[in-house]
Write a protein that binds this ligand. Structure first.
Ligand code: ZN
Length: 403
């Protein structure tokens, strides 16, 4: 394995403008041509030295049709919310004020995320799995739509998930919806504000412009911008495990974990800090997840990339690794992709119909269901590989991620 695969992986935002794609094969500019190319891609034999299996890598573009924002505009060339600056891990862990601000915004963003559902693109992945054409999914999304839409296809959540909180000290996880009730109890005035925002429809609309008009900005990690909000009044609870049994620090001393009379985390505490169970920007992806993602690529002979500009290095390097292994690659994304030349440059102009490379710029929520319909009409049934051996070689880390 290349040396770059062993470096620690940090999630860092990438904001460069990306060049428009070259569509491959050229016939894939039309919907019919795109469907034909994807069918060829999925049904062609994998190169002889590689397994006859397909792994999928997805990003925020796949969830846009569920009403969740993408970091980039529909053409991938600009930031949707120019003032948006994500919180960094070291800020969250090191500073009570940053945590107050984060949790206040997350408190307001949660109902929209909790109420959102997988879309036709996610269900098409389930159907492609049932047709025996997709064997595992690696996602950068933190919305849990993959495990919800296709529980029988293993989903590796590269950047974690918003459905849980995790303690930075003892690593215990807790359900995010229960945490939301705690936040409402500790912040009654914010709870009223949230109820009013929900009643006004400001958080329900899927139109970002309308939302902005109402003073709210929803960001892809499920938080909401509220200009001039008194974030400093916000309170959040400590980790219940650390509160009842404070952990021992690296220096051998027991941490102090204290709550105020209402049960909010007290600033005299030295531990018991809950964070969302997502990999924040500036945070390192755990070794187990990194290894599982590499194994998912190594266990397949084809890579299908959906709804991502590969802007995060963690996703880009997986695609590059697949390329270096000689895996045929298909990429469906609105707008350009980071390092697109390195992934597809050597296949432009080849006389091929999708068996080597496919690059499409069409919406996944329309293209993928149409692909399923077409394959059901024409595909030779493939014996289902959804049995327990379908994650052979990487089942343990995959199953950990699904729990
Ligand atoms: Zn804890």
């Amino acid at each position: 394995m290349a040396a770059q695969m062993r470096k620690p992986l940090m999630r860092i935002p990438y904001t460069d403008i990306l060049a428009a794609p070259t569509i491959i094969p050229p016939s894939a500019t039309s919907a019919a041509g795109a469907l034909a190319a994807l069918q060829t891609f999925l049904e062609a034999p994998a190169p002889r030295h590689l397994p006859q299996r397909t792994v999928v890598l997805t990003g925020a573009g796949l969830s846009v049709a569920s009403g969740l924002a993408d970091y980039r505009g529909s053409k991938g060339t600009y930031r949707v919310n120019k003032s948006f600056r994500p919180i960094y891990y070291h800020e969250f862990v090191g500073n009570h004020e940053f945590r107050k601000r984060y949790w206040a915004r997350s408190f307001l963003g949660w109902p929209s995320l909790y109420g959102a559902s997988p879309n036709s693109g996610h269900y098409a992945i389930r159907d492609l799995g049932e047709l025996g054409l997709i064997h595992s999914v690696i996602t950068q999304n933190v919305d849990s739509f993959h495990p919800r839409a296709h529980p029988h296809i293993p989903s590796l959540e590269l950047h974690g998930y918003l459905r849980a909180t995790v303690c930075v000290n003892c690593r215990s996880e807790f359900p995010r919806d229960v945490f939301q009730e705690e936040l409402a109890r500790l912040n009654p005035r914010w709870a009223i504000l949230l109820e009013e925002a929900l009643a006004s429809g400001a958080l329900k609309t899927e139109d970002p412009l309308e939302r902005r008009f109402k003073g709210l900005r929803m960001n892809p990690d499920g938080d909401v911008d509220l200009p001039d909000a008194p974030y400093t009044t916000f309170r959040y609870p400590p980790c219940p495990s650390c509160l009842s049994d404070p952990p021992t620090g690296p220096d051998g001393h027991r941490h102090m974990v204290q709550a105020d009379d209402d049960g909010a985390w007290h600033p005299s505490s030295t531990a018991g800090i809950l964070k969302p169970a997502v990999v924040m920007f500036g945070e390192t992806i755990t070794g187990a997840v990194k290894t599982a993602a590499e194994q998912a690529i190594d266990g397949a002979g084809r890579l299908l990339i959906l709804g991502t500009s590969l802007a995060t290095y963690s996703a880009w390097r997986l695609a590059k690794h697949a390329k270096d292994r000689g895996m045929p690659m298909a990429l469906v994304n609105m707008g350009g992709v980071r390092g697109e030349d390195q992934l597809f440059g050597d296949t432009v102009g080849h006389d091929q119909h999708g068996e080597e490379a496919v690059r499409i710029e069409l919406p996944t929520d329309e293209l993928l269901p149409a692909l399923v319909t077409q394959l059901r009409k024409t595909a030779i049934p493939v014996i289902s590989q959804e049995s327990s051996d379908s994650t052979q070689g990487s089942s343990a880390p995959f199953k950990d991620m699904l729990s």
